[in-house]
Design a protein around this ligand. Structure first.
Ligand code: PG9
Length: 649
């Protein structure tokens, strides 16, 4: 017995000791946490947690680095510390006064929350300037006029006056929805806001996250806690099982909530206010337009560094369009862009999170970005001279075909050459029209490729149909597309084997000439890098048993709900059988198709369950389509359809 105790006691005591000495926590050891309720101009108090470096003093002052979020600033309570503060471990160790705030109406803050708060307070300066010009008193904006811009302004003003040992400068960052709050804070900004980095910022939910050109991204049926409902996303296989039981564009949530044929959809509908808003606003109407931040980026005076991921399935439209809009409207502003080979927000983690589908670009790329780009930007404007001479380029972009960073002094690149490729009915992707194999039959030289599009047997968006791919699928953004090119309802066009490298840098525009025997149709265009048969493995492929020979790597893809081809606000049916223009933009790329590879374009009309299915018969609101609205149709792509690309030397 005795020997048992002598064994047990030291073991137990080390266990007890382990419990009493908490694990090392850099934040707790180096920062002092204080929680405030900060009053906004309309009296609403926002919960704000501040982490002040313990060595801050009147002779050792620090700038603020702030994130405003709808996803909670947990952990709450005075003696609880997160493992990291700030956008990366690098900045945490560089020390700032880190500020985290629950936005209005969320978590521990007062007020009413709405999705993508409409920006309303930025008109006031123009109203006052205008009135002054006319020698009149400006119409005062009601103090109750508030938005994310005014809440950010009021928060900064309060922090400067109430948090000791700050150096009078403020930075703001945020990824995704917090990226929206960051860019919204840059509108009519407080003069102490010196540097903002909206990262994968949501700019407009009709083009980011929930919709792509009007097609609904069904993963959002299983939405974040932020919308009150969270359910695990079903596997693609489960969606297919459901799709054949209950047609209708939102079969996913009927199946998921075990609703059966519309058993409890009303309950789901009532529980999820944002879902109601989405269903009631199928077109780009005032509901969506007033929530876009893009029209408000006219007066950004301080430094901006927008960050995005080439493989970001949630918010790719946002970063690219925010950067371009600020560049256009505020030419004198320090405004830069970083695009890395990342999935959504994966640049912010120091290990293992840049994994992307079968191709893995390595942790070092994320830490390179954090230490050599992000930290440099904030340190310069918040601790340094702030004169804009950061040593960073206008655009720091990763070439996903060469697997290397490239810097540009302008984006889109000044020396980009526009090049047009025709989609030939014989399957060629050619810069000059070669006669295709199928004659339009009406004596014209117009030839076409055609397929039967069946919403009950839709094209899967991924080959991996037995697992779910995180909240919003993103592996598909660079996945092998051979599973699709074998299908009769996917058209494939490819160049000859390239005799030299071909680098695309910038936007891609699909200018399709199509027809359908139905009266509505979606069009999906995919840009693919076809590897040669004998390609050695990708330098960044952890899954070594996947050979790259003939691999069809997705480079860029986009859907266009055809009813919006002339206007996102005013949808129009197709005239059955009539050749119709469908033109839309695929988001930018920087990708080298190496010599020996081919460039491929695929065109299809379903992309399941990534986007909801189009009945292919025009109905007022696809969210309310009935099962018998869904019909097969024959789709044609005529050979004067063009894919317009930007080619770099
Ligand atoms: N942009 C992402 C998102 C927005 C809304 C709902 C769900 C996700 C994000 O904030 O991660």
């Amino acid at each position: 017995k005795k020997w048992l105790y002598c064994l047990l006691i030291p073991a137990l005591s080390s266990l007890v000791r382990a419990q009493t000495t908490p694990a090392a926590n850099h934040v707790r050891d180096n920062y002092q946490k204080v929680e405030y309720k900060i009053p906004m101009r309309d009296g609403t108090k926002l919960h704000t947690t501040v982490y002040v470096p313990k060595d801050a003093s009147p002779t050792n002052k620090y700038p603020f680095m702030m994130q405003r979020t709808c996803y909670s600033v947990a952990p709450y309570g005075p003696d609880t510390y997160p493992n990291q503060v700030g956008p990366s471990g690098t900045l945490m160790r560089d020390k700032y006064i880190f500020v985290y705030q629950d936005v209005r109406g969320r978590w521990a803050s007062e007020g009413t929350w709405t999705n993508m708060t409409p920006t309303v307070t930025d008109q006031q300066p123009a109203v006052e300037a205008n009135a002054k010009k006319k020698g009149k008193a400006p119409a005062r904006q009601s103090a109750l006029a508030v938005d994310e811009s005014s809440d950010t302004y009021d928060t900064i003003d309060w922090l400067l006056k109430n948090v000791a040992n700050n150096n009078g400068r403020v930075g703001q960052w945020g990824i995704s929805y917090p990226g929206f709050y960051t860019i919204a804070g840059a509108v009519a900004a407080h003069p102490a806001l010196k540097a903002s980095s909206p990262q994968a910022p949501v700019s407009d939910f009709f083009f980011d996250d929930f919709h792509h050109n009007g097609a609904f991204i069904q993963a959002y049926l299983f939405t974040y806690p932020v919308f009150g409902i969270q359910h695990p996303q079903p596997t693609t296989e489960a969606w297919y099982n459901n799709a054949f039981i209950q047609t209708g564009s939102n079969d996913g949530f009927q199946w998921q909530y075990d609703l059966g044929p519309l058993k409890n959809v009303d309950k789901y509908y009532k529980d999820n206010f944002y879902w109601q808003e989405t269903v009631e606003h199928p077109n780009y109407d005032e509901f969506w337009q007033k929530r876009s931040i893009i029209p408000h980026l006219k007066n950004v005076k301080h430094a901006l560094m927008t960050v995005g991921g080439w493989f970001d399935a949630e918010d790719l439209y946002g970063p690219l369009n925010i950067y371009k809009t600020v560049e256009k409207n505020n030419p004198g502003t320090y405004n830069t862009l970083v695009m890395g080979p990342f999935g959504h927000g994966r640049w912010s983690r120091e290990t293992g999170h840049t994994l992307h589908s079968n191709i893995y670009f390595g942790d070092s790329i994320a830490t390179f970005y954090q230490r050599n780009i992000e930290a440099k930007f904030f340190n310069h404007f918040l601790k340094g001279t702030g004169d804009g001479k950061t040593g960073l380029p206008e655009a720091y972009l990763f070439n996903t075909g060469r697997n290397e960073w490239k810097t540009f002094d302008k984006w889109p690149a000044a020396d980009a050459q526009t090049k047009q490729y025709y989609l030939m009915s014989g399957g060629q992707l050619a810069t000059n029209r070669v006669m295709g194999s199928t004659d339009a039959g009406n004596g014209s030289t117009l030839r076409f490729a055609e397929f039967i599009s069946d919403p009950i047997k839709p094209v899967p968006y991924t080959e991996d149909i037995t697992t779910t791919q995180g909240f919003t699928p993103f592996n598909y953004m660079s996945e092998d597309q051979r599973f699709a090119s074998r299908r009769p309802d996917v058209l494939t066009f490819q160049t000859d084997v390239l005799t030299e490298d071909l680098t695309l840098g910038g936007e891609i525009t699909a200018k399709l000439k199509v027809s359908t025997t139905g009266t509505d149709a979606d069009w999906v265009v995919k840009l693919i890098d076809v590897y040669p048969p004998n390609e050695p493995n990708h330098p960044y492929m952890p899954n070594k048993n996947i050979t790259l020979g003939n691999y069809q790597q997705m480079v860029r893809s986009e859907a266009m709900r055809g009813r919006f081809r002339n206007s996102f606000e005013k949808p129009e049916p197709f005239k059955s059988g009539e050749v119709t223009d469908v033109t839309f933009r695929l988001q930018d790329v920087l990708h080298t198709f190496k010599k020996g590879h081919r460039m491929m374009i695929q065109v299809q009309s379903t992309w399941f369950p990534l986007i909801d299915r189009n009945p292919q018969k025009y109905v007022e609101n696809i969210f309310k389509a009935n099962a018998d609205d869904f019909q097969k149709a024959t789709h044609r792509v005529y050979d004067n359809s063009i894919i317009e690309v930007q080619v770099l030397k």
